[in-house]
Design a protein. Sequence first.
Length: 236
Amino acid sequence: MKKPKPYLISEIFGPTIQGEGALIGCMSLFIRFGGCDYRCHWCDTLYAVLPEHKPEWEAMTTDIIMERVRALAPPPLWVTLSGGNPAMYDLSELVHALKTEGYQVACETQGSLAKEWFHALDMLILSPKPPSAGNITHADSLQACLEFAPLNTVLKIVCFDRDDYLYARNLFRFYAHLPAVIQIGTPTDLTEETDLIAHYRQMTTQLLGWMKADHLHHARLLPQLHRLLFEANRGI
Ligand code: SF4
């Protein structure tokens, strides 16, 4: 019999609160997959991206992941598949196992790789990367992902500047039927609480002004709550 292919896992942790996007404030477990096809300038999870961190990643089958998940917390509870880019893997078996046990499954990906198993998710968070990331998510790959999108699909775009905002605005207008979130970007070197708050205030004022001028009223504007509450600490 063919042995199931293990996934490379950077970390499994929680339950903790989701700090971004449509599930902000909701309790969730997190499964962070190792590996990513992007190299964003401001990536805050490089330990789950760069190949030099591969020795830290653990090869796990669906059964082992399920054991870890059960040990952390029983359902009902959200489980968020994150990375890296979880869409680098075939997660159909894992999504099925989690849902069979009563977990709700969300997946966050940049929309570069379309996977059929997206349709089985309770929530797909497509987080296309804007100009400041250094590697834009192009419209055709995003469209390919949307072919497999579940009913509950959200567009979430990190914004650091005007170019990012214009990228987000255009996508939000084109996909006006999808819930939209502008996530205020946080520079990786910003750790002092007062600097973070000042940054979020300044960015909120600026982004809100642009959103009002463009009548972009269906989009939500959010800070990265986990950066405010937990800085860039891992596992919480
Ligand atoms: S897509 Fe996400 S995980 Fe990959 S490099 Fe960019 S920010 Fe990091």
